[in-house]
Design a protein around this ligand. Structure first.
Ligand code: ATP
Ligand code: MG
Length: 874
């Protein structure tokens, strides 16, 4: 039996022999495409080529691509675990022809690979072909059908509709008819009963699609119409886990050697056997699947968070925690315990997992812990709701309450339903749906970006970026489109060439102007999208065909360059001073400041921060010249010691940015020598997640301004304290603090002395009321503590006492009642009740214990009446 590793290799070897270049998987988290959060198919990384934005470097390519299908057009999340062949994260084996071979070759090769190389049983295979779609004016794919009939009998070539046999990446973008290969993995006995052809595309768990051959011919435009692509391409995708299932003679992906080790580890840790019951099996599959998605995402640099891609990852993790909690009785963090086994299975093929084991573990534990707390809080809240409903003899909980629990507290709906069911209750599903609908509409409106189709102004086929060398360029407009987002309208422009850097790799986009002989338009931002630089403008030039000067704002660009180069030096400093475990986890470079996130497990000490600053500033003073290599083979760059980032997409040729011993793969903009950074100053160092720290720092003029401000504050301080030096000012502050403390003590002593005389005077005013020794007076004290002291001291000195004191403290009336313990017992008096009643006279309220209580109020004029009211209760 072939192992999963051998299977992956056999696929790549097969296509290498057919002259395909084997390329690495692109990162799973997509960074520069607003229409896509995660890679959902092997073709994503080649989208620019299909769209004609970028020429293909190789005409034939193959790879194994990490995919995630949990959002957007391809979302399988709800299936995962419940069925046995959809995953959140999976590997897609794929091969491509960019304007090279087409339908005939790929159909022959797919057949050759499946039946001759890995030797699947020919009698279990089916092919589907596009039947055409009248509404789109598309005819049936007779060509593909013809090629299949060479290999398969006619009854196993099935015509399929647009839903199954026309592949689209998203709402817009490259697409085309496809031909899928399905396999029937049922037993001979079952196959004899029902022919497989009846089960293809019927969601049968053992009659499934394994390979999709897409013939990319069209681009779906924003208005829904199809436009032919410049060239015809082949794009295929085969589910690696499904192929392994078929080749290992299994009927579930989870029974292959990819998942079994993790499933068995779950069984060992929970003491529940896989196969014992459907519910626990589903939970085990969910967890075995989700740990992959989460770990790969974190390794790609995407931490769980509250927004966008980070939120999707958080939700996947929470789904796993929730299944472990409810079905496998795990109320403590559990999923992280599976990491060693998981990494032993996947770590060899994906070294980023091994390299980042520690941080993946920390992040998962932290997320698990906090979500388990959420669950606990949610359960308590729900218990209250249930109890209240029971009190009112209701059996239905309203949808609004449940929605708050779901939306505000992140409490899963199905768990709510389960708990309600256990209590013989239901929830008002309709109300819940209404609330959910309202919220979805709100976020849809917030996130809505309406882009029109590109309008071509001049015909070009590529864009050239000249911004490493030039900040000004004569350009022509290639294309433009209108975009509407959050109620704002703006335009995006693409030029034939541009000096403007588009936001990428943490560095924000350039700003500047677009100028022609008779107009000047501001470029407010530049973004990178599908390989092109997109210039954002509020209005379109009147004459789109004119020659323009595109001029970058030099001041902002230079500040960004200084911050970017300083970021490289900071990275080196951290690895030098804290250790080689430091990995970049995020970076922002803009004109104003720089932000750098990195893995490290404790707060930096003042001394470490000082060392880091000193390291960077020393390199700045050395004015080390920039050495830049624009097209270095990646292997050579790595040999030079260049630091590559996990989760970044690198080609064969990379750009290397070197300042002496700092060597990084980087596409960003840099100063000509480190001296131009001027000066480097860290302003904050904080934690952003477990094991991830964040430094914010300033360079150049911003650092200068910051220091000037600091100096202004110290010189103010000197002036205030009439000190000659900073040290003298500090001494003066310290002396002031000491003096202040001493004065406080003195005041306290004086107040106590005063209290003694107040007390003595009160002792002379004891009256007898109903056989009790009563003191009922307004007194002058400075604070509530003194009033309390006074009350307790009097009670101690007077037997059978009932003492009511009123005082005006800081303009507000306070009433205190204190009663001897024996009086409380014998007469059944309650100071708490008495102050509450009497407190009405001062427009206030209060309470306490039966022997001592106080009330505060708003009306000092009522104090005397309040005291009398208290005495009247005797
Ligand atoms: P299905 O109909 O089974 O969901 P699909 O039509 O969505 O598959 P494609 O988009 O054509 O699949 O993707 C190509 C191949 O990737 C499929 O033939 C299948 O083998 C595999 N695949 C698709 N989705 C998943 C998933 N969620 N988990 C594992 N493999 C998948
Ligand atoms: Mg699907």
């Amino acid at each position: 039996m072939m192992t999963s590793k051998e299977i992956r290799k056999s696929f790549l070897d097969f296509f290498a022999k057919k002259d395909h270049k084997i390329v690495p998987s692109a990162p799973m988290v997509v960074k520069n495409d607003p229409t896509l959060m995660f890679t959902n198919a092997g073709m994503n990384q080649f989208k620019d080529i299909f769209l004609g934005n970028e020429p293909a470097k190789y005409k034939r390519v193959a790879d194994s691509q990490k995919c995630l299908r949990v959002s957007g057009k391809h979302n399988d999340l709800e299936e995962v675990g419940h069925d046995t062949y959809h995953h959140t994260m999976f590997e897609m084996l794929g091969n491509w022809s960019f304007g090279d071979y087409f339908k005939k070759e790929i159909i022959d090769w797919a057949w050759e690979y499946l039946t001759e190389v890995v030797k699947l049983d020919k009698n279990r295979l089916y092919a589907t072909v596009f039947e055409g779609a009248a509404d789109e004016n598309l005819s049936a794919d007779e060509e593909a059908k013809g090629y299949w009939l060479k290999h398969l009998p006619a009854d196993r070539v099935i015509m399929g509709n647009k839903h199954d046999n026309f592949w689209e990446m998203g709402a817009t973008g490259p697409c085309g008819p496809c031909s899928e290969i399905h396999i029937d993995l049922r037993s001979d006995e079952e196959r004899a009963k029902i022919p497989g052809v009846e089960l293809v595309n019927q969601s049968h768990p053992q009659v499934i699609e394994i390979w999709n051959l897409v013939f990319m011919q069209f681009n779906r435009k924003a208005d829904g119409s199809l436009e032919p692509l410049p060239a015809k391409h082949v794009d295929t995708g085969m589910g690696f886990e499904r192929l392994c299932m078929a080749l290992q003679g299994k009927q579930s992906n989870y029974d292959t050697d990819i998942f079994q080790p993790v499933i068995q580890e779950i069984a060992r840790l929970t003491g529940i056997k896989y196969g014992a019951a459907e519910k626990t099996d589903v939970a085990m599959r969910v967890i075995a699947d989700h740990i992959r998605a989460i770990s790969f995402a974190i390794a790609d640099g995407q931490l769980p968070s509250n927004a966008k891609a980070g939120y999707v990852i958080r939700r996947i993790l929470r789904r796993a925690v929730r299944y472990a909690y409810t079905f496998l009785n795990q109320s403590d963090p559990f999923i992280y315990k599976l990491l060693p086994v998981f990494i032993s299975v996947m770590g060899e093929a994906y070294p980023e997992l091994t390299a980042q084991k520690d941080i993946i573990e920390k992040v998962i534990i932290e997320e698990e812990t906090s979500f388990l707390k959420t669950l606990e809080t949610g359960i308590k809240l729900l218990d209250k709701v249930v109890a209240a409903a029971k009190g009112e003899n209701k059996t239905e909980i309203d949808g609004k309450t449940v929605f708050v629990l779901y939306d505000t507290y992140g409490f899963p709906l199905d768990l709510t339903e389960l708990i309600l069911k256990e209590n013989g209750m239901t929830l008002n599903q309709k109300e819940f749906e209404t609330e959910l609908g309202k919220q979805k509409e709100r976020s849809r409106q917030d996130a809505k970006v309406d882009s029109s189709d590109w309008v071509e102004v001049n015909s070009f086929s590529t864009e050239e970026f000249t911004g490493y060398d030039n900040l000004e360029e004569t350009v022509k407009i290639w294309r433009y489109r209108q975009v509407e987002a959050k109620g704002k309208k703006y335009f995006q422009l693409v030029f034939d060439k541009t000096p403007f850097y588009g936001e990428m790799g943490g560095q924000t986009g350039d700003q500047g102007v677009l100028q022609s002989a008779d107009e000047k338009i501001y470029i407010t931002d530049t973004q990178k999208e599908n390989g092109l630089s997109i210039h954002i403008v509020k209005e379109l030039p009147k004459n789109l065909k004119a020659d323009f000067k595109a001029i970058v704002n030099i001041e902002k660009r230079s500040a960004s360059e200084a911050n970017h180069s300083a970021t490289h030096l900071l990275d080196e400093a951290l690895r030098e001073i804290l250790g080689k475990h430091v990995e970049q986890k995020g970076s922002l470079v803009c004109p104003e400041y720089l932000r750098f996130d990195f893995s490290h497990f404790s707060k930096l000490s003042d001394e470490e921060i000082e060392k880091v600053e000193a390291f960077v500033n020393k390199k700045i003073r050395e004015a080390i010249a920039l050495e830049e290599y624009r097209d270095m083979p990646i292997e050579e760059a790595k040999a030079k010691g260049a630091i590559a980032l996990f989760g970044e997409k690198y080609g064969d040729k990379v750009r290397v940015v070197k300042f002496g011993s700092s060597v990084e793969l980087c596409g960003g903009c840099h100063t000509q020598n480190t001296g131009k950074i001027g000066f480097f100053k860290i302003i904050t160092e904080t934690a952003i997640a477990s094991g991830v720290r964040r430094i914010e720092a300033l360079t150049g003029k911003a650092a200068e301004d910051f220091l000037r401000q600091q100096c202004a504050i110290t010189s103010d301080l000197k002036l205030t304290f009439k000190a000659k030096t900073e040290i003298a000012a500090l001494e003066a502050v310290k002396a002031l603090i000491d003096e202040n403390a001493a004065l406080k003590k003195q005041i306290e002593n004086l107040q106590r002395e005063k209290l003694v005389s107040v007390k003595d005077a009160l002792l002379n005013k004891v009256k007898t009321v109903n056989g009790l020794n009563v003191i009922a007076e307004i007194v002058k004290v400075d604070n509530k503590d003194l009033l309390k002291d006074l009350s307790f001291q009097l009670r101690q000195q007077v037997e059978n006492s009932f003492i009511v004191l009123g005082a005006e403290i800081d303009g507000k009336p306070t009433l205190s009642v204190i009663i001897s313990d024996n009086v409380v017992k014998e007469r059944g008096l309650n100071a708490g009740q008495i102050v509450r009643e009497a407190g009405k006279e001062i427009l206030g309220g209060g309470g306490g214990q039966p022997f001592y209580a106080t009330a505060g109020g708003k009306n000092p004029a009522g104090l005397q009446k309040a005291i009398e009211a208290a005495v009247k209760t005797l």
